[in-house]
Design a protein around this ligand. Structure first.
Ligand code: ADP
Length: 163
């Protein structure tokens, strides 16, 4: 039987992308033929980077992973997924706390659009990494260098110096 080509989208804010997100991307591309990292354009509370900057940074970091693409999108994730003819939505899980929210989101998306969500659990070392906390800790001068790639760390430092 011919194997079906499976396209997944990995939607999120990615402000900024963290080692945890990248861990999910590396694990995810082993399961799918194509993985589109989809940067939501809806406003992020205390945003640091514009959607264009986020797409640019993620593209640099994932350029050498075959099958991984990066785009930004507006509006509903399920509408974007339909437009891209995606088979599944990929989401990352860090903890049981994530499960509750993600469960609701996945059920809603399946109910309104019939699309399945696949979850990947991050490596334990990134189980507490979140973009929101990284923005907060970094803005107060904390060292977040172990939680994000070096290129993102440099951009973050530059951005915080300016603001
Ligand atoms: P959103 O605002 O949509 O939650 P995020 O950029 O915060 O966007 O997260 C995108 C996805 O990545 C979500 O499924 C989230 O649970 C997951 N995620 C975030 N941080 C991590 C991490 N450290 N390890 C694994 N998954 C993560």
């Amino acid at each position: 039987m011919r194997k079906k080509f499976i396209r997944a989208i990995f939607p999120g804010s990615f402000d900024p992308i963290t080692n945890g997100h990248l861990d999910v991307v590396h694990r995810g591309i082993k399961l799918f033929d194509e993985l589109i990292i989809a940067v939501g354009r809806s406003p992020v509370k205390n945003a640091l980077f514009s959607p264009e900057e986020r797409v640019e940074m993620i593209s640099e970091l994932t350029a050498d992973i075959p099958g991984v693409l990066v785009e930004s999108f507006d509006g509903l994730t399920v509408e974007y997924a339909a437009k891209k003819q995606a088979d599944v939505i990929l989401r990352g899980l860090r903890s049981l706390t994530d499960v509750q929210y993600e469960f609701q989101l996945a059920m809603t998306n399946r109910s309104v659009a019939g699309i399945e969500t696949v979850f990947i659990m991050t490596s334990e070392e990134y189980g507490f990494t979140s973009s929101t906390l990284i923005r907060q800790v970094a803005s107060l001068g904390g060292d977040v260098s172990k939680l994000i790639p070096k290129t993102i760390y440099n951009r973050l430092q530059q951005r915080l110096k300016k603001s």
